[in-house]
Design a protein around this ligand. Structure first.
Ligand code: 5GP
Ligand code: ZN
Length: 117
């Protein structure tokens, strides 16, 4: 069921505390933790605690929690003192999505090229 924890989902396991992560922020609805394979000095993933396969599915079902994710992305940037940063929601395998639990990448701390690759 969308919104319910999935047994085979890595990020649901991080939410449940079954897999360790370097958690930088937590709210009632979200957690933020450092990416295991950082692509920038700051590379934090902000995820909803509820399971949806991608950002659009989350937004359709849980608009308030989607806003929480975006607010937390800003909070991560503030904590790491980033003036500029990028939020990325890879959606679909062709765009590089590998974990099917909605997540925002927060990237910063170096120059970021536009357009991205
Ligand atoms: P995606 O490729 O789906 O947009 O992003 C998934 C991200 O999760 C990747 O950047 C990857 O490095 C990160 N990741 C995968 N496994 C783990 C893990 O066990 N712990 C953490 N902290 N990050 C992970
Ligand atoms: Zn999940």
């Amino acid at each position: 069921m969308p919104g319910e924890p999935q047994d085979d989902c890595l990020f649901c396991k991080i939410v449940a505390g079954q897999i360790p992560a370097t958690i930088v922020r937590e709210t009632e609805t979200t957690i933020a933790f450092r990416d295991i394979n950082p692509q920038a000095p700051t590379h934090v993933l902000v995820i909803p605690k509820v399971h949806y396969r991608d950002a659009a599915s989350l937004a359709a079902a849980e608009p308030v929690i989607t806003a929480d994710v975006l607010r937390e992305a800003q909070a991560v940037a503030d904590e790491d003192k980033l003036e500029s940063y990028r939020i990325v929601f890879n959606t679909g395998a062709g765009a590089g999505q590998t974990v099917w639990h909605a997540h925002a990448h927060v990237l910063g701390g170096r120059g970021l090229q536009w357009p991205p690759g």
